[in-house]
Write a protein of this length. Sequence first.
Lengths: 380, 259
Amino acid sequence: MSDLAAGGTPAVPTVPRRAPITMIGPVAWARANLFNNWWSSAITLAMIYLLVKVAVSFVSWAFINAIWVVPVSPAGVANTEACRAIAGVGACWAVITEKHRFILFGTYPYEQHWRPAIVCLLFIGLYVVSAMRRFWRWELALVWIAVLTLIGVLMWGGILGLSYVPQERWGGLPITLILATFGLAFAFPLAILVALGRRSKLPAIKALCVLYVELIRGVPLISLLFMASVMFPLFLPEGLNIDKLLRAQVAIILFAGAYLAEVVRAGLQALPRGQYEAADALGLSYWHKTGLIILPQALRLVIPPLVNTFIGFFKDTSLVLIIGIFDLLTAGKTAIIEPAWQGFGVEVYITLGVIYFVFCFAMSKYSSGLEAEFNRHRRR
Amino acid sequence: MSAAETVASSVRKGVPAITLAGVNKWFGALHVLRDVNLEVAMGERVVVCGPSGSGKSTLIRCINRLEEHQEGQIIVDGKELSNDIRSLDAIRREVGMVFQSFNLFPHLTILENCTLAPIWVRKMPKKEAEALAMEYLERVRIPEQAGKYPGQLSGGQQQRVAIARALCMKPKIMLFDEPTSALDPEMIKEVLDTMVMLAETGMTMICVTHEMGFARTVADRVVFMDRGEIVEQGVPEELFANPRTDRLKTFLSQILRGH
Ligand SMILES: Nc1ncnc2c1ncn2[C@@H]1O[C@H](COP(=O)(O)OP(=O)(O)OP(=O)(O)O)[C@@H](O)[C@H]1O
Ligand SMILES: [Mg+2]
């Protein structure tokens, strides 16, 4: 140290300072990426012009020229002439105002709509609570069981003075949430078991898991749903009739399970062998090793593809419309069958899109937060 | 009197900690362990050396069955290694292992790394396990790192944590597989010091290493392996001073040239 100083190095250390603003600020960024020569400047300006034009026409269609309510005759038939007059120029949100309860709850008895409404809120509450790490304790499983039971009671009724509503009359958002929530809640553990099974030393278990994944992955979800709704009942003994929704639910669980299993397996394979060996050398049993060392690391590694699969699968639940189950999308389509509302599909589909988007985007945002938090230990 | 016999009579008496009798192992067609016979007494410290690929790692990994041997007998702490999972778990509880690449659990803190096995395998209450872990972390001289994650530690510190983690299981036997060869030179000493300290407590140790200085100060016996066989063994000074086989001579000259 002393001989370094003698060699002429300044004894006072240089004070760290910020990079100059022209090098790092947004202005510098824009200059470097958008306007670094006349050609890119021209493209940038053209794109800005286009964006503004599209935005302006969308805003005037969706908000400025839009119609929010239309008169409805005492017989319940809407007078949509005003809407038809502005077709193409302004949106007719009146279709949503008028039909939102049908879109959200389908053919559920109108005066009982508060029940599916509470169910939707319960689902959302369940998601929010489960998302908070502070509540990640085993008691959370009890909360799930309690809430799901309550949801069943609310939907079916028949006790506590609630009128009985058969499953055929359920519809809309609760159906989508039921299919997605039960689907994930069962498919995910199934996927973990299958992924572990594929790496098992026992040939029978391994073969079974491979067979399952390959069979399910090899067919489209639509045909699985058809099989569940049409073929499956043929194999059941006379008189035993499993509910259509349940059959679709099982098909969805099996389908999602196969895909998720492959994602989980990728995580298992990415772990270095040393982790397995260290756990073995400490004398941890198979389940302790798997639950405490292997899965926590493997699942963290695959959060992005896992959530990708979750999101894809949330939207795939809409395919149940082909076997006549009244999920959110089907309810939306049905809402505009009525002659008065024919031709207002765009408004309905935009609304449905927004609902799907809110759920998927929340999942995506949440997962990126989770990923950052979970992988903090990787940073130095 | 052969070198092996001299050693056997010089070590502390009692039941052998580890016995390997006629052990053979193949990786496919590759014969990695050939008729290995080795007996390690309780409290004995054995250093295994030999050229790369000679089967040193395989040998010690067979002792806690990270690798399975195909022929012969391995008896650890009076229990024979077999496919019986129950007895395997019992053996692994008594045998600690330290790896070349540390293999700490990156998602757990240093403290959690150390308490995991005592809590789940030994069923120790959490408080007690943490006190024990802190005791060992102090002994390897890094108690202040307990709350950090392995990725935040230097290689030498990580390896000392790995030693503490193994010790928290209170093993009767410790296996080391080249614990210093992934480390920068300035960190080797801190790990070797820890191991010397451990040796002074009377721990039974089998250590694969090329650190001849360590072998000289600590080992009761050095075992030289080549091509899957134990070629020579004896007390370090004698073995290094008077190698009897050409293979050991060649090996020693290479090692010495390397340092
Ligand atoms: N899992 C395995 N599958 C196939 N061959 C293996 C496996 N592990 C080791 N081998 C081979 O067995 C031989 C002995 O390996 P081992 O790791 O025991 O050698 P080593 O003496 O520890 O060498 P090094 O000093 O390089 O660590 C080597 O030829 C190696 O390539
Ligand atoms: Mg080795």
